[in-house]
Design a protein around this ligand. Structure first.
Ligand SMILES: [Zn+2]
Length: 459
């Protein structure tokens, strides 16, 4: 209380700067984070404690415990676990793809949720398609074969997320499309703009009415090589062996902590990230970085003794990658209070230098001047956005959604692959993102006016 009074005295609103007090708070948050931030140490700690934390795994359980203890260390309010049941898919020991008669392994990862080959390896010829049109014109050509999806992400897109969005149908529904044309399995070019030998995994779906065939991703260099071979008119036979399988659901949890609001504690600003990660790497950018930023945002606000009008609630969601049970569970368990959730902000686009905040249009008039206060640190732009996957289940209740938007050129180089390690995260960029989350959450939670509700039909 004393501190915020001092602050107002130090930085009174003037006709020249009606947001002087808010500007002073934002400056304190960024300067403290850059001089004395803990986000990188938190990320390193999480990755060391739980380098493998796919939903349902022992590592995921360790990650839950580690994050709860970390919140508790920083003297936050209402630290708790909220239980959710999650799917438990395991990769297993034996996973290989190679040319028949050639022992050299093709860099591959089975896709999350894929069935294995319990009846023994599949050996079959490969048929390639490079677009949805080519898929539509396949006819009978892929029957009894392995269908190779080789549509690259479009490098002309200004947003790599849009490039990803245009290509990821191959990973998500490749096994369904393969089954429809009678193919024995789906081999998918990894979702990255880089040419390298790291395969990228990710979620895939089945249609319960169709046969379940295995789905795997191969590295982009392997995809290029395979494509060249096929273009030469040669029949290529591959051998695929997978021991992945889906086990019964496991009890897990979202990790929650708060800074209680000083005036309107029942009104809530959620800041969220996801705690689970694919098993190909420690998931440093996806989404260890987001978890570290969310924990650090509450820590730095507490360290500065900043007390917002409304409650800021951090939620580390479980199971974003292959089920979204944490996000769905949160919206269900908090159904009764969603009308008092004034904003939900997600950070799940990597720990790169932040460029701004994306938010639903209904918030822009009030939010843009506040986000603009972060301009000196390169992240003062308010973009159109509608949040990320974990907070999306709150949208139909009218909760305005938003997300941290970092520079995205390198995100898919790492995403869901062995390259997503701590070494790929820059400490200062991570800290800038943590400060942006803290500042945005504080400004929204401390706003003296009333935030509009988001109209569901705008989503
Ligand atoms: Zn993610």
């Amino acid at each position: 209380m004393l501190l915020s009074l001092c602050l107002v005295l130090q930085a009174p609103a003037t006709p020249q700067d009606p947001l002087a007090a808010e500007r002073a708070v934002v400056t304190r948050i960024f300067e403290r984070e850059l001089a004395d931030g803990r986000s990188y140490a938190i990320l390193a700690g999480l990755l060391e404690a739980a380098p493998n934390r796919l939903s349902g795994s022992e590592g995921a359980a360790r990650a839950v415990d580690w994050c709860r203890a970390e919140f508790e260390r920083h003297g936050l309010d209402a630290v708790r676990l909220e239980k959710v049941m999650v799917p438990h898919w395991v990769r297993g020991e034996k996973n290989s793809l190679q040319r028949v008669g050639d022992a050299k392994p093709i860099p591959m990862l089975s896709l999350g949720g894929s069935v294995g080959t319990p009846q023994g390896p599949i050996e079959a010829e490969v048929v390639e398609i490079k677009s949805r049109d080519e898929l539509a014109q396949l006819g009978e050509r892929a029957k009894g074969k392995l269908l190779f999806f080789n549509q690259p992400m479009d490098p002309r897109q200004t947003s790599t997320f849009h490039a990803y969005g245009g290509a990821v149908w191959q990973r998500g529904s490749g096994a369904i499309e393969a089954a429809k044309v009678g193919a024995l399995g789906a081999i998918v070019r990894s979702m990255t703009l880089d040419l390298d030998d790291f395969p990228h995994t990710g979620a895939m779906r089945y249609d319960e009415k169709l046969p379940k065939v295995p789905g795997v991703a191969i590295s982009t260099l392997a995809a290029e090589a395979l494509s060249r071979e096929l273009a030469g008119g040669k029949a290529v036979r591959l051998r695929l062996e997978l021991s992945c399988e889906t086990l019964p659901d496991v009890e897990s949890a979202n990790v929650v902590a708060e800074i209680r609001g000083r005036e309107k504690p029942d009104e809530v600003v959620v800041i969220g990230a996801h705690l689970d990660a694919w098993d190909a790497s420690p998931g440093a950018h996806d989404d260890g970085a987001g978890c570290a930023q969310v924990i650090e945002a509450l820590r730095v606000l507490r360290a500065l003794d900043l007390k917002p009008r409304r409650t800021i609630r951090a939620v580390l969601f479980m199971n974003e990658e292959n089920g979204l049970r944490g996000g769905q569970g949160y919206a269900k368990q908090h159904e009764h209070e969603l009308e008092h959730h004034v904003f939900a902000l997600e950070t799940d686009r990597g720990g790169f230098a932040p460029r701004g905040i994306g938010a639903v249009p209904v918030m822009h008039a009030e939010l843009a001047p506040l986000v603009g206060l972060m301009t000196p640190w390169g992240c003062g732009t308010l973009f159109d956005g509608d949040g990320g996957a974990d907070i999306s289940p709150m949208g139909p209740a009218g909760v305005p959604l938003g997300e941290l938007l970092p520079e995205d050129s390198r995100y898919f180089d790492c995403h869901h692959s062995g390259r997503d390690t701590l070494a790929a995260v820059d400490q200062r960029e991570l800290e800038l993102g943590a400060a942006a989350v803290a500042a945005t959450a504080f400004l929204v939670a401390d706003y003296s006016g009333t935030w509009p509700r988001a109209k569901v039909e705008t989503r």
